[in-house]
Ligand binder design. Structure first.
Ligand SMILES: NC(=O)c1ccc[n+]([C@@H]2O[C@H](COP(=O)([O-])OP(=O)(O)OC[C@H]3O[C@@H](n4cnc5c(N)ncnc54)[C@H](OP(=O)(O)O)[C@@H]3O)[C@@H](O)[C@H]2O)c1
Length: 267
């Protein structure tokens, strides 16, 4: 199974690479900005793998990814659109600039990459696309409006693509993680308290869900599964859901993603 994973230099992307590398006949292409991390991960994978260092928000990124694929492979069985980040800001402070940079990475980059790879995925059918969304794409909290907007958009677009591409043999699924402890989303506040520690799950569990929502043929997969209740409650009991989510816990959704953290510390 030839699989391309974006955001594969840490967290969920890295765990997905490690999990998929154990599948029979696996061949992986890992994409992110941090070349050193990608090289290190590829070197320890037990399957053929290549990497491409690219900022997926750049104008030439989709073309570079396609060229890399065409150079090393003649097919693509699974595309995992995972690269993403959250920059916490209320709209009154962050304004459109924060919404724009969040949409550029979490939504536009996935759409642009999918557009250029779709003909290859159709030629490789049966094949799949998995978009890593979030439970925050079903419920929104103060301070994370830009992030939620990007993930709501990603889920809506994924649902439509699921219907459109089924006749072409390209299965399209979403994975909706809750709180997952990663470099970008450490969930330290939740982990620090006994009462909330159970809410935090692992990137390895999300990696299993990628298999379910891709080759497994599921349309959507929450991680952990009971988080589906949050989405149901949002529809059935919107007032109660708003009151519960009004506690300002969106702090735990702020990332200082690898290359961004390096930028901010002046490295
Ligand atoms: N962890 C959670 O609680 C959680 C919950 C719900 C959804 N998610 C989603 O899961 C996905 C992965 O997040 P994670 O938790 O694994 O965080 P992470 O460890 O920070 O991983 C983010 C990945 O995206 C890459 N990336 C960031 N900006 C990029 C850019 N401009 N171009 C290319 N790659 C870029 C990063 O690599 P470089 O810095 O090397 O580019 C990194 O590999 C995201 O879409 C996130 O929204 C996470």
């Amino acid at each position: 199974m030839v699989t391309l994973i974006t955001g594969a230099s840490s967290g969920i992307g890295e765990a997905t690479a490690e999990r998929l590398a154990r599948e029979p006949g696996a061949e992986l292409i890992l994409v992110a900005r941090r070349e050193d991390r990608l090289r290190q991960i590829v070197s320890r994978l037990p399957c053929p793998a290549t990497w491409l260092a690219a900022d997926l928000t750049g104008p030439d990124a989709p073309g570079r990814v396609l060229a890399h694929l065409e150079q090393h492979h003649d097919r693509l069985d699974l595309l995992v659109n995972n690269a993403g980040a959250a920059w916490r800001a209320e709209f009154g402070e962050g304004g459109w600039a924060n919404v724009q940079r969040t949409m550029e990475l979490n939504f536009d980059a996935a759409v642009r990459l999918t557009e250029i790879l779709l003909p290859l995925l159709r030629r490789s059918a049966p094949s799949s696309i998995v978009n890593i969304a979030s439970t925050a794409g079903r419920v929104a909290r103060g301070g994370s409006g830009a992030y939620s907007a990007s993930k709501f958009a990603l889920i809506g677009w994924t649902d439509a693509l699921h219907l459109e591409e089924a006749p072409n043999g390209v299965h399209v699924g979403s994975v909706l993680p809750g709180f997952i402890e990663t470099e970008g989303f450490p969930a330290a506040e939740l982990k620090a308290r006994f009462a909330t520690r159970w809410l935090v799950s692992s990137p390895e569990k999300v990696a299993e869900a990628v298999l379910d929502a891709g080759p497994g043929g599921q349309a959507e997969r929450y991680v952990p599964r009971p988080y589906r209740l949050v989405a149901i409650l949002r529809v059935l009991l919107p007032g109660l859901t708003r009151r519960v989510l009004g506690g300002g816990s969106a702090q735990v959704m702020t990332t200082k993603t690898g290359a961004d953290a390096a930028d901010e510390s002046g490295r």
